[in-house]
Design a protein around this ligand. Structure first.
Ligand SMILES: Nc1ncnc2c1ncn2[C@@H]1O[C@H](COP(=O)(O)OP(=O)(O)OP(=O)(O)O)[C@@H](O)[C@H]1O
Ligand SMILES: [Mg+2]
Length: 210
């Protein structure tokens, strides 16, 4: 069996940056790595990006055009494809799967949108839990500074209040799901990478030897 690691955190926390570095780290150690993300690059994922994340004419500004429930179901449909077609087969093949966001994002964001947490957990029950979830935690103010320069800003990162709620939700989820580990994402990129690899070694390699 392979290893399944997830990077989580608010918009601009550094997930994509750290996911790439972690993938390289594993590759340098001879592992076969599958670096993936949610929403995915499949038709479902593209639909979500068009409808939910980008906004504009066809988009949904602050959930005005599509119900919160439908939004959650779209993310879950994309995830079901992701799990069945890529994540599960890759883990079974002994690979290291690193996902930039996963169902923990749905819990944190859609819960912040006002959906019931248990409803969301049940909806996502088909999705296997990760071996390790790295939660990159930082104040919303800092994350906004980091993503300010982006040309397309998603609906989510326009709304500071929502981001604050999402950050709090992630921290609450860390108490509920014991695979979640909190990393201080305010540090320089290289320091965070070192913290993450130390965590991976401790949680996935040293403990496995016990
Ligand atoms: N530790 C860091 N310190 C300062 N800047 C950083 C750090 N990590 C990442 N950045 C920068 O912050 C920006 C956001 O990083 P990144 O795209 O990795 O975040 P993300 O969590 O993937 O964001 P999103 O949720 O929007 O995809 C990038 O411009 C990146 O270069
Ligand atoms: Mg990213």
């Amino acid at each position: 069996m392979g290893i399944f690691i997830v990077l989580e955190g608010i918009d601009g926390a550094g997930k994509s940056t750290q996911a790439k570095m972690l993938a390289k780290w594993f590759e340098n150690r001879g592992y076969e790595v599958v670096l993936t993300k949610e929403p995915t690059d499949t038709a479902f994922g593209k639909l979500i990006r068009r409808l939910v994340l980008i906004g504009g004419k066809e988009g949904i500004i602050d959930g005005a055009r599509i119900s919160k429930e439908a939004e959650a179901l779209l993310f879950a449909a994309d995830r079901a494809e992701h799990v069945k077609k890529l994540i599960e087969p890759s883990i079974k093949a002994g690979k290291v799967v690193i996902s930039d966001r996963y169902f923990y994002s749905s819990l944190a964001y859609q819960w912040a949108r006002g959906l019931d947490l248990d409803w969301l957990i049940n909806l996502n029950a088909f999705a296997p839990r990760a071996d390790l979830v790295i939660l990159l935690d930082l104040p919303v103010k800092e994350s906004i500074n980091r993503i300010n320069g982006r040309s397309i800003r998603s609906e989510f990162d326009k709304i500071v209040e929502l981001q604050k709620k999402v950050r709090k939700n992630y921290l609450k989820l860390a108490e509920k799901f014991n695979e979640i580990r909190i990393i201080n994402a305010l540090a320089p990129v290289e320091d965070i990478h070192n913290d993450i690899t130390a965590l991976v070694e401790h949680e996935l390699f040293e403990k496995a030897e016990d």
